[in-house]
Structure formats: structure tokens, C-alpha cells
Design a protein around this ligand. Structure first.
Ligand code: PSV
Ligand code: MN
Ligand code: MN
Length: 386
């Protein structure tokens, strides 16, 4: 069993990056339900993110999405963040919301469209230079809808060419994070559909190219923790986009649909040394019907709870049971940790950090929700689910 002090220390060091777009209005293609008090500017998103960090102590950075968070002066935005007690984190590119991208972006058959997409990716690296961000997250909506529509092999060549150009443009301390997703918006082929394709491209690029596991981007029944274990073994797990799903890319609160899966993932993260390495733990969620800030606080807490349980696994007892082939005992050791109520432990950890043991109650008491509802009129859409 990991020493209680070590469990607490690991929990105190854990950081979860929150996405700027989770603070804005979002919805499905059927309806965006506007909420009162949502941010109207990137700065207001950062103010809300700062509240999540203030009450959890565990969300010190905020991911940007370009152009959803477009501003004239990114260095000034980084300073604004810093003044509010948070930092700008990963820069997410967007090569999917322009008419030109109907047949793809960096995989498009027309070189002029590919060039336009590449220029956007270069612009994202310029922004990282200005903000001091380490990571560029690339997710491509590229793919085809019909057999024969395009040459799937050539599309891989185009993708490889664009990735190599971006990798070349990165500074020595910057990383390229390649995210996969098995379908949507393309319905027949997707150009980066799975971890294997992402891994193969990253391998060719170099060590600063890493794979992103978005937990919502797999077919039902996929064993995500096995993918996590494999990528960690290969030194290619760059980041998580955490969220949960019942059906497809639902973007619901992480740990809401399947907290047991999140525990299994966090166990493999810990087992593979990922908690103390450069793996970035990010949320990629949309809060369509629930209040956004408390939902994001809840999500951070869900990650912390899964992590705490995973840290409590008695790894020595597990190893003994595994080596002796005691299937039932091995499973019981894992389940003992999962079935532990870690909420008192986490409350203690927070109190030791000078925080309220119950971040959601503390947020509700703070009056922030009432204040933004009164002050912000005409909140901004996240950019997603229009
Ligand atoms: C795509 O579904 C994705 O997961 C990518 O990370 C995008 O950047 C993000 O969603 C936008 O919400
Ligand atoms: Mn994602
Ligand atoms: Mn997604």
C-alpha cells in the first residue's frame, strides 16, 4: 500500500487543465441553450477558470482554442491569466470550421487548402511562442464519407507532410500532441482514427510528437486503459482529453458515465509513471444543460477521486496475487481500492492546502455565480455545437 503521506503528496501535486470552451455556451446541432452569466470574451473565460482553480487548487492552467479565443495580443492575455492566478496552457488548433475544409484540411486534395490549414497551424505555434505554452494539440476532422471519395493512402502522405512541417516549426521545449477520433464528422474513413495511426505518425516525427487520448473518441467497449498502458510503455502518451460518453463523443463530465473506467485508466497512468511525467491531464467537455463552473469543479474532483483510489491500490498485494495466479484475490485487491470512499481523504488534502474541503459548496457561497449573472449580458457561444 502506498504510504498515506505519499498518496496525499501525489494528490496535492495533481493538476488538471480546463478548456476555455467549457465555460461558454454549447449544445448539440439541435439546440444551444444559452445560460445566464457565461463569458463574453476570452478574458471572462479565464476569470471563470480562475474560480475553478481558486476552489479546487488543482486547475492551474487553461487550454485555448484558436480562433475561438482569438485576441490581438496573446502575451497580454497570458499576463491577464497570470494576474488572475492561472496560466495559459495547451493551444488547440481548429481546421474544421471553415467552408474550405469540406473535403478536409491538411489531407485535402487541393494543395491550396492544405496550405491554408498549415498556415493556421503555424499561427498556433506563433501564439504558443507569445503565451509560453508548451503544447500544440492537433485534432483533424479530416476524412471521407464514401468509399472511393479520395485516396486514403495519399491522404496519409499529405497528413505526414503537414505534421513534419509543424514539427519542424516547434521550439525545442514545445510538443506536438496528435489526437485521434474514430469517426465524426467524417463517417466512412477518418484520417487519424485511432491510437495506432497517431502513434505511427508521432514515431516518424520524433520524441516531441506525442499521442492524445480523448476518452470519448473510442468505439464502445474499447479498453482505453490498455491503450494508455501501451502508449506509456512506448513513451508516447502526451496528454488526455478527459470527458465521458454513453454513446459517441458526448463530452459529458469525466467520471460521470463510468467512474470505474476512469479509475482503471488512472491506475495504468500511475503504474506506468504517468502521474509524475509530462503527461498533460486536460478536460475536453461541454456543459450543455448543467451550470458550467460547478460542473467543471465537479469534473476536477472526479479526476481527483479516481486518482486517489488508484493510488490506494495495494500494488504489492496485487503483484503477489498476480504472480501466484490468484485471479480472484488480484481482482479483489483492485476492487478494494476502487470501493474505498476517498472523499474524506480529499477533503483533508484540500484543507491542508488551505482550501475548503467542499469546493462546490465554497463556490456556491462565494457569490460568483450571482455576480456574473448580473454583470455579463449576452454570453458567448463556445464555438462548438452550433
Ligand atoms: C474533437 O471532437 C475534439 O475532441 C478536439 O479535441 C477538439 O479540439 C475539441 O473536441 C473541441 O471541443
Ligand atoms: Mn478532444
Ligand atoms: Mn471530441
Amino acid at each position: 500500500m502506498t504510504e498515506p503521506a505519499a498518496v496525499k503528496a501525489a494528490l496535492k501535486n495533481q493538476a488538471v487543465e480546463t478548456p476555455s470552451w467549457a465555460y461558454g455556451n454549447s449544445g448539440t446541432r439541435f439546440k444551444v441553450f444559452a445560460q445566464a452569466g457565461v463569458p463574453r470574451t476570452p478574458q471572462e473565460k479565464l476569470e471563470d477558470a480562475a474560480k475553478v482553480h481558486e476552489f479546487t487548487g488543482a486547475a492551474p492552467t487553461v487550454a485555448l482554442h484558436i480562433p475561438w479565443d482569438k485576441v490581438d495580443d496573446y502575451a497580454a492575455l497570458a499576463e491577464f491569466a497570470q494576474d488572475h492566478g492561472v496560466k495559459l496552457g495547451t493551444v488547440n488548433s481548429n481546421t474544421f470550421q471553415d467552408d474550405d475544409y469540406k473535403l478536409g484540411s491538411v489531407c485535402h486534395p487541393d494543395a491550396a487548402v492544405r496550405r491554408k490549414a498549415l498556415d493556421h497551424l503555424f499561427e498556433c505555434v506563433d501564439i504558443m511562442d507569445a503565451t509560453g505554452s508548451r503544447d500544440l494539440k492537433l485534432w483533424f476532422a479530416d476524412g471521407t464519407n464514401y468509399p472511393g471519395q479520395d485516396d486514403v493512402r495519399e491522404r496519409q502522405d499529405r497528413l505526414a507532410e503537414a505534421l513534419a512541417a509543424v514539427y519542424e516549426r516547434l521550439g525545442d521545449d514545445q510538443r506536438l500532441l496528435l489526437e485521434y477520433k474514430f469517426f465524426e464528422p467524417a463517417f466512412y474513413t477518418t484520417d487519424v482514427p485511432d491510437w495506432g495511426t497517431a502513434y505511427a505518425h508521432c514515431l516518424k516525427l520524433g520524441p516531441r510528437a506525442q499521442v492524445v487520448v480523448d476518452t470519448g473518441h473510442h468505439a464502445p467497449g474499447t479498453n482505453i486503459e490498455f491503450i494508455v498502458a501501451t502508449l506509456l510503455r512506448e513513451g508516447r502518451l502526451g496528454a488526455f482529453d478527459f470527458n465521458s460518453r454513453f454513446y459517441a463523443d458526448d463530452d459529458l463530465m469525466v467520471g460521470a458515465a463510468d467512474p470505474f473506467q476512469l479509475f482503471r485508466i488512472m491506475y495504468e497512468v500511475i503504474r506506468g509513471g504517468g502521474l509524475t511525467s509530462d503527461v498533460a491531464f486536460m478536460l475536453d467537455q461541454c456543459h450543455n444543460i448543467e451550470a458550467k463552473i460547478p460542473a467543471i469543479i465537479r469534473s476536477v474532483m472526479n479526476v481527483q477521486e479516481a486518482t486517489a483510489k488508484a493510488l490506494l491500490v495495494d500494488r504489492e498485494a496485487l503483484a503477489v496475487a498476480q504472480r501466484s495466479g490468484d485471479v480472484l484475490e488480484a481482482n479483489a485487491v483492485l476492487m478494494d481500492a476502487y470501493n474505498t470512499d476517498v472523499r474524506p481523504l480529499l477533503a483533508e488534502v484540500r484543507e491542508e492546502l488551505g482550501l475548503d474541503g467542499d469546493p462546490i459548496a465554497a463556490y456556491r457561497r462565494s457569490g460568483w455565480a450571482e455576480r456574473i449573472t448580473a454583470e455579463r449580458v449576452g454570453g458567448q457561444q463556445a464555438g462548438w455545437g452550433a
